[in-house]
Design a protein around this ligand. Structure first.
Ligand SMILES: Nc1nc2c(c(=O)[nH]1)N[C@H]1C(S)=C(S)[C@@H](COP(=O)(O)OP(=O)(O)OC[C@H]3O[C@@H](n4cnc5c(=O)[nH]c(N)nc54)[C@H](O)[C@@H]3O)O[C@H]1N2
Ligand SMILES: Nc1nc2c(c(=O)[nH]1)N[C@H]1C(S)=C(S)[C@@H](COP(=O)(O)OP(=O)(O)OC[C@H]3O[C@@H](n4cnc5c(=O)[nH]c(N)nc54)[C@H](O)[C@@H]3O)O[C@H]1N2
Ligand SMILES: [Mo]
Length: 783
């Protein structure tokens, strides 16, 4: 199943490989972000916009979900935040004339970079059945098409409603209400591909699917383990927190197959010495130790740590927090016998680490007063991610490292409001208590059957069970696994609807008919009948705060996500001809659109922790923190009311002879499927993205040389060979047997059925592949 490489906005043959960086940020970061900002926004708009990011009266950065400290710098500088802002606040436009000049087929030839660089969408557009070009359409007509297709369904479960993680709390809350009013829980979201494994493991063991630490906990912690995360690129503001922790005496340990620059050394651009960087004696060394682990080896590492702590406890006592264990946990014996049963030999094979390395980290844990474990996609996107994360919890529980200062679990979220969207009910299987409150508030009966998550939604579309696919943001076709299968799946629907800010490939791989609905972003002013509106978001540490954009919207036709949902819902639920009026939620959708505080008053009644919502965001300025049982009072809403030790069988990827395990990850100049530029400065890659990082010994064993063109072929038990042609092999520091390539170019290799147990997350960090010399035709095509 070869996948065709798209034509490029930039010629891949200009790809240049240099030395990986040994430290992050500093002056190069400032220069790079200003260059991209000026390019998109010009100097005046850049200055106006960047000064508003994450300020109390400004807008929430559409970059990552790392929290803002209370004492904010006048402009807390973050290279990748600045790039996310520039990408949205760009002056470039994609008007109807653009679509008249570019057929869908022509645009399909172009790559993600080119599509994203065209600018902001300005008009609702429709692609008629059999049409070759999108044409402009009025909002009324667009809504009519959606209503018509939804009304034609035999069952409400023939519709799927995806959400990406930038959607505000207000829009997300109304969107899930509309979807449940239609009668389905088919609410897949980007979280299914992201931190779902964290949610699954943490809900089961700690009774909350979120982190249990605050920013102060991180900054005041004694020991911080950063595993499976590349904050220098993906959460640059976290480096400032790590630097503060370091100044307070923390030890930081990086656990990663790759020596990521941001984890090693940080040149804080907020300080003069940081700007000049380590070459001039400035900067901070962040990681005290770097454990270069094999892909998927973290469960073994944490079992090893548990084993070490047990051995020390048996020898010296005083290692376990017995009082905590007795009062707040259950399941200890089962867990201890599981770690007793696993051998050091197996732990070392699975992790690729030595026993001495693991014991040295264990010794740091016994010496530390408090420990935080931070993680991101390196721990969530494996087949055994859920048991892996349960084992992270186990180790923290042994020393009572949950629910006290400086200690806890810290899953670092990706999208800026992905956590808030889940709090608002964007989930295919919300708990019954949520449904009860929703039904009570809106006087209707929400459906209780679980809906499709992302992978199951693709399967359902593939099997022709879905008539309408609607996406509230995101880029479904490029974010999902098994690109070729997913493309076929989307083409099986009658209607695809994309609510978007920017052009992307999901507009081009469509159902029989397709709509593009242009939406306002975070940076845009949102004026409704009731005046200028603000929205709210929740960060990775459960803090909720307001966000208000001030830029002129990209055009008069662009509508807010809230307005789009309200106008559609109005047509679905009210009036004699409304198809879903029989079990309609009782809400004045027009009033909600006019004044978002109406929405917040309903959120307050449905979702615990939002009492006094409006007043808190109005007067609190910086917002408020949602209740968090483990953090606030060691309360664990699990099946037994206790924090749960669990016994998990050790798993790790077993790679057949001559094969590699591939992780798919982000380059420095991208935001998920949005490509800002084709460089990955920290890894020494310039002007191209079709590269695969391989250990030099593996290259030699495959008879290949650094710089050779290769095809990656994924092998899965379904017997289908998935091929990604024309990648340049780069000899790189990664454990033997472990390779890396960029997402989304490598998504074609991730089999749809290869998902994490329990959470269903695609295994984007463990794909079994072989490398083949690129066939000349393929190598040429990739250029
Ligand atoms: N600039 C920018 N910011 C972003 C994003 C972006 O694309 N660009 N995306 C946002 C989103 S949605 C998310 S979810 C986050 C993602 O943030 P990250 O999770 O940092 O993103 P990835 O690039 O997927 O990097 C995964 C990291 O885990 C390591 N890793 C992979 N497999 C393993 C493993 O088995 N064990 C260990 N210990 N490490 C492993 C990789 O080497 C890499 O350093 O960032 C958010 N912020
Ligand atoms: N192989 C592989 N696959 C992965 C991953 C991986 O590591 N490897 N990571 C996974 C992860 S962690 C995630 S979170 C997903 C991301 O999946 P998505 O969230 O679906 O993807 P994004 O690239 O963030 O979406 C970008 C698009 O969102 C739209 N957009 C941006 N801002 C707004 C807004 O404010 N409103 C609206 N309506 N639209 C907006 C723009 O049109 C833009 O083109 O991908 C997943 N896929
Ligand atoms: Mo994510």
């Amino acid at each position: 199943m070869p996948s065709k490489a798209p034509k490029d906005g930039i010629d891949e043959s200009r790809l240049r490989i240099g030395e990986p960086a040994k430290h992050a940020v500093g002056l190069p970061a400032v220069i790079n972000s200003l260059r991209l900002s000026f390019d998109q926004m010009g100097p005046l708009r850049s200055a106006q916009t960047l000064l508003q990011v994450n300020q109390k009266k400004g807008f929430d950065c559409p970059g990552c979900a790392w929290p803002e400290g209370d004492k904010r710098h006048a402009a807390e500088f973050c290279e990748n935040g600045a790039k996310a802002v520039a990408e949205e606040a760009t002056k470039r436009r994609v008007p109807p004339e653009f679509f008249a000049g570019h057929s869908v087929a022509d645009m399909l030839e172009m790559d993600d970079y080119w599509l994203g660089q065209q600018g902001r969408l300005t008009h609702p557009m429709v692609l008629d059945a059999g049409g070759t070009h999108y044409r402009p359409i009025s909002w009324d007509q667009a809504y009519d098409i959606i209503v018509e297709e939804l009304a034609a369904m035999d069952s409400p479960d023939e519709a799927v409603f995806y959400t990406s993680g930038r959607t505000s709390n207000e829009a997300a809350f109304l969107y899930q209400l509309m979807v449940r009013g239609i009668g389905t829980n088919n609410l897949p979201d980007c979280s299914n591909m992201c931190h779902e494994s964290s949610g699954s493991a943490l809900t089961e063991t700690l009774g909350i699917g979120k982190g249990t630490v605050s920013l102060e906990d991180v900054q005041g912690s004694d020991l911080i383990i950063v595993a499976g995360q590349n904050p220098g690129t993906n959460h640059p503001r976290m480096l400032t927190a790590l630097e503060r922790a370091k100044k307070n005496g923390a030890t930081i340990i990086a656990v990663n197959p790759l020596p990521e620059a941001g984890l090693l050394r940080f040149d804080n651009p907020q300080t003069a010495s940081g700007l000049l960087g380590s070459r001039f004696g400035g900067g901070t060394q962040l990681a005290d130790d770097f454990l270069q682990i094999r892909l998927g080896g973290d469960q073994a590492l944490f079992q090893g740590l548990g084993k070490y702590l047990l051995e020390q406890e048996e020898e010296h006592g005083n290692v376990f927090d017995h009082q905590f264990i007795t009062s707040y946990t259950d399941g200890l014996d089962g867990y201890l016998s599981a770690v007793r049963g696993v051998s050091w030999e197996e732990i070392c094979t699975a992790s690729g680490l030595t026993r001495a390395q693991i014991e040295s980290l264990g010794a740091r844990m016994t010496a530390a007063k408090s420990t935080v474990v931070c993680w991101a996609m390196g721990l969530t996107q494996h087949k055994h991610s859920v048991p892996m994360l349960r084992d992270v919890v186990n180790v923290l529980l042994l020393q009572g490292n949950v629910g006290r200062p400086g200690a806890g679990v810290c899953p670092v979220r990706g999208h800026s409001n992905v956590q808030g969207d889940r709090t608002m009910g964007i989930f295919e299987r919300m708990p019954e208590a949520f449904h009860d409150r929703l039904d009570g508030e809106f006087g209707f009966a929400s459906p209780r059957r679980h809906g499709y998550d992302t992978v199951n939604a693709i399967r359902a579309m593939r099997d022709s069970k879905v008539r309408v696919f609607m996406a509230m943001g995101g880029n479904f076709i490029r974010a999902t696994p098994d690109s070729d299968v997913t493309e076929e799946a989307l083409r099986n629907t009658a209607l695809t609807v994309q609510v978007s800010t920017k052009l992307n490939k999901s507009h081009l791989v469509h159902g029989r008919r397709a709509l593009i609905l242009p939406a306002l972003g975070r940076t845009d002013r949102d004026t409704q009948a009731g005046g200028d509106q603000r929205v709210t978001v929740e960060d990775s540490m459960s803090a909720v705060h307001a966000s208000q954009g001030r830029l002129d919207p990209p055009g008069p036709q662009v509508r807010s996500e809230v307005a789009i949902v309200c106008e559609l819902a109005e047509r679905l639920f009210t009036g004699a001809k409304a198809p879903f009026r029989a079990n309609a939620p009782t809400l004045d959708w027009i009033a909600a659109r006019a004044d978002y505080s109406v929405i917040r008053s309903h959120i307050e009644n449905v979702i615990p922790g939002f009492e006094g919502f409006e007043a808190k965001i109005r007067h609190g300025g910086g917002g408020f923190v949602l209740p968090n049982g483990p953090r606030d009072g060691r309360k664990f809403a699990t099946a037994t009311g206790k924090a749960r030790f669990t016994a998990n069988e050790l798993q790790y990827p077993r790679v057949p002879e001559g094969r590699l395990i591939l992780q798919t990850l982000r380059a420095h100049d991208q935001y998920n499927t949005t490509i800002y530029a084709k460089d990955d400065r920290y890894r020494g890659i310039y002007g191209g993205r079709r590269v695969v990082f391989v250990n030099a010994a593996d290259l030699a064993a495959a008879g290949l040389q650094d710089g050779d063109m290769v095809d990656m072929v994924s092998e899965y038990r379904d017997g289908v060979e998935r091929r990604a042609p024309g990648f340049r092999a780069v000899a790189y520091s990664t454990p033997a047997g472990c390779a890396a390539a960029y997402y989304p170019e490598a998504n074609v290799l991730v089999p749809l059925d290869s998902v994490a147990d329990v959470s269903g997350t695609p295994t984007s960090k463990s794909v079994i592949i072989r490398l083949e010399p690129a066939s000349p035709a393929m190598a040429g095509e990739a250029r």
